[in-house]
Design a protein around this ligand. Structure first.
Ligand SMILES: Cc1cc2nc3c(=O)[nH]c(=O)nc-3n(C[C@H](O)[C@H](O)[C@H](O)COP(=O)(O)OP(=O)(O)OC[C@H]3O[C@@H](n4cnc5c(N)ncnc54)[C@H](O)[C@@H]3O)c2cc1C
Ligand code: SF4
Ligand code: SF4
Ligand code: SF4
Length: 412
C-alpha cells in the first residue's frame, strides 16, 4: 500500500524524520502540515473521507523524503554522471574549494562566518537567477524561535544572515505559488530531499515544484538541535524568562561569535559558542545523531566555517578573520560564484579542504551507530575508510582535528 501510512511506518515511527518539511510541500492534495512542536513533524490533516491509509496512493511524500534513503547515489548520477569514490565519501564530488569573506563589512559582521551564503543569495536575487531564496531567520513575535522565509529582498536576506542552530522545516515554503524560481539554502538533509524531488519523473504532479528550484546551497551540519535546546540556554543557563526576550542570535559579534540575548529590560546576556555545543548535546534527535552526511555533496555549492574548529577557538578566546569554506560542485555553483566575484562582493582565496570538527564528530557517530546495528539508520553514500577504533563524541571534541594526538592515533 502506498499512502501517508508508508511515510508514518517507515520514517515517522522509526524516528527517522529530519523535519525538512518537503512532504508537506509535495502532497498534491495538501493533506500534510508541519506541526509547531520542539521537533516539528508532519501531521496528516485529511478529513474522514481522506483517511491516511487511502489518501491518494500517490506516495510522493515518501518518494521525496530524505529520512532513510537520502537518494544521494541517484542524485549524483543525475548531476555528475558518476558516484563519489571511496576517497570522496565525506566530501562528495567537487570542482574547487575556497575561503571566502564578504567584501561588505556590514554583511561580514552580520553573518555566521564569512557571509558566503548571504552574498550568494543576494547575488542570485540581483542577477535574476532567482525570484526568492528560502532562508531561516527569527520569528517576529518570539525572537528565540526560528522561522523560514521566502526572501525576495536584499534586506530580508541580510536580516536572516547567521546560523540558526535549531531544527526548522523550511521546505514546505516551496509550495508558495508567488515565485517561479526559488533558490534554497539548507542543511544537507534538506538538499537531499530537494534532489530526490529533482530525480522524479517529469509527468508527476511534483514536477511543478521541481521546476521552481533555481539553485541549492548547503551548510555543513554536525547535528541540529530541538527548540528545547535554545529555550534551555535562555531559561536555565542564562535565567531569563522567554517572555522578556526581544532579540536573540546564536553567533553575534567577533568571529566565531557568541550566543546573545537582549531583554525588554534593556539587558544583554552572552554565552561563548563552545557552551552551546556542550549544552545542546542533550537536545539532539535520533535522526540527527545517525545522520550519514556532513555535506550532502549534491548542492550546487557547499559551505562551512572557514575555521575548521570553532569549538576550540571559542574556548581559547581566539578570533581569526571571519571566512567561509566554499566548495563549488556544479556549473550553476561556479557561475553564481563568478557573478559574486564580478560584482566585487567577495574576497576569495584558493583552499584545500581537509577536515572539520563537525564532520569528524558525524563520521565517528555514524560509524558507532552502524557498528551497533540494532536500529534502522539512514543509508550512507558509500563505504567509509577503515579505522582501527571508533571515537566517542566527547573524545573527538577533546582531541580535535589535525592535532598531534589525533595524527599520532591515526583517528582524526
Ligand atoms: C545545524 C547546523 C550545524 C552546523 N554545523 C557545522 C559544522 O559542524 N561545521 C561547520 O563548519 N559549519 C557548520 N554549520 C554551518 C555554519 O554554522 C555556517 O552556517 C556556515 O559556515 C555558513 O556561514 P556563512 O557566514 O557563509 O553564512 P551566512 O551568510 O551567515 O548565511 C547563513 C544562511 O543560512 C541560513 N540558515 C541559518 N540557519 C539555518 C538552518 N537551521 N536551516 C537552514 N538554513 C539556515 C540563513 O538563513 C542564511 O541565509 C552548521 C549549520 C547548521 C544550521
Ligand atoms: S496524497 Fe500522496 S503525498 Fe499526500 S499524504 Fe497521501 S501519499 Fe502522501
Ligand atoms: S524528513 Fe522531511 S519529507 Fe521526510 S517525513 Fe520528515 S518532514 Fe517529511
Ligand atoms: S544532522 Fe543531518 S538530519 Fe540533522 S539537520 Fe543536519 S543534515 Fe539534517
Amino acid at each position: 500500500m502506498t499512502s501517508f501510512i508508508t511515510l508514518k511506518e517507515e520514517i515517522l515511527d522509526l524516528s527517522l524524520c529530519a523535519s525538512c518539511g518537503l512532504c508537506a510541500a509535495v502532497c498534491p492534495q495538501g493533506l500534510l502540515a508541519m506541526n509547531g512542536d520542539s521537533v516539528p513533524l508532519p501531521v496528516f490533516q485529511g478529513m474522514e473521507s481522506q483517511a491516511a491509509d487511502t489518501c491518494g496512493s500517490c506516495n510522493l511524500c515518501s518518494e521525496v523524503c530524505p529520512g532513510y534513503d537520502t537518494g544521494v547515489m541517484e542524485s549524483e548520477r543525475r548531476i555528475f554522471g558518476r558516484n563519489r569514490s571511496e576517497l570522496e565519501r565525506w566530501t562528495g564530488i567537487y570542482l574547487s574549494t575556497y575561503q571566502l569573506s564578504a567584501a561588505d563589512p556590514e554583511i561580514l559582521g552580520r553573518a555566521a562566518a564569512g557571509g558566503a551564503a548571504t552574498i550568494l543569495a543576494i547575488t542570485a536575487l540581483e542577477e535574476n537567477l532567482a525570484d526568492a531564496v528560502i532562508v531561516v531567520g527569527r520569528d517576529q513575535e518570539r525572537p528565540w524561535v526560528p522561522k523560514a522565509y521566502l526572501a525576495d529582498s536584499v534586506d530580508r536576506i541580510i536580516e536572516c544572515a547567521q546560523t540558526s542552530y535549531c531544527i526548522t522545516p523550511n521546505l514546505d515554503l516551496l509550495k508558495d505559488g508567488r515565485y517561479d524560481k526559488v533558490g534554497i539554502i539548507g542543511v544537507p538533509c534538506q538538499i537531499q530531499g530537494i534532489n530526490k524531488l529533482l530525480n522524479l519523473p517529469e509527468h508527476l504532479p511534483s514536477s511543478m515544484l521541481a521546476d521552481k528550484v533555481a539553485f541549492t546551497i548547503e551548510l555543513g551540519c554536525a547535528s541540529n538541535t530541538s527548540l528545547g535546546g535554545t529555550e534551555h540556554l535562555i531559561t536555565e543557563i542564562l535565567g531569563i524568562d522567554l517572555a522578556d526576550v526581544v532579540f536573540m542570535r546564536y553567533r553575534e559579534g567577533q568571529y566565531p561569535g557568541q550566543f546573545v540575548v537582549r531583554t525588554r529590560q534593556g539587558q544583554e546576556h552572552f554565552l561563548p559558542f563552545y557552551r552551546l555545543v556542550e549544552e545542546f548535546k542533550k537536545f539532539k534527535t535520533f535522526r540527527c545523531l545517525v545522520c550519514p552526511d556532513w555535506w550532502s555533496g549534491v548542492a550546487d555549492i557547499s559551505i562551512s566555517d572557514g575555521d575548521p574548529n570553532i569549538f576550540d577557538s571559542s574556548k581559547a578566546g581566539v578570533s581569526a578573520k571571519a571566512s567561509s569554506t566554499v566548495m563549488v560542485r556544479t556549473r550553476m555553483g561556479a557561475d553564481l560564484l563568478a557573478l559574486a566575484l564580478r560584482r566585487n562582493a567577495v574576497e576569495l582565496v584558493d583552499y584545500t579542504f581537509e577536515n572539520n570538527l563537525g564532520l569528524e564528530r558525524k563520521r565517528q557517530r555514524y560509524r558507532s551507530y552502524a557498528a551497533k546495528g540494532d536500529r534502522r539508520i539512514p543509508l550512507a553514500p558509500g563505504r567509509d575508510m577503515d579505522y582501527s577504533q571508533i571515537l566517542s563524541d566527547d573524545e573527538v571534541i577533546r582531541i580535535g582535528i589535525g592535532t598531534e594526538q589525533g595524527r599520532a592515533t591515526g583517528q582524526v
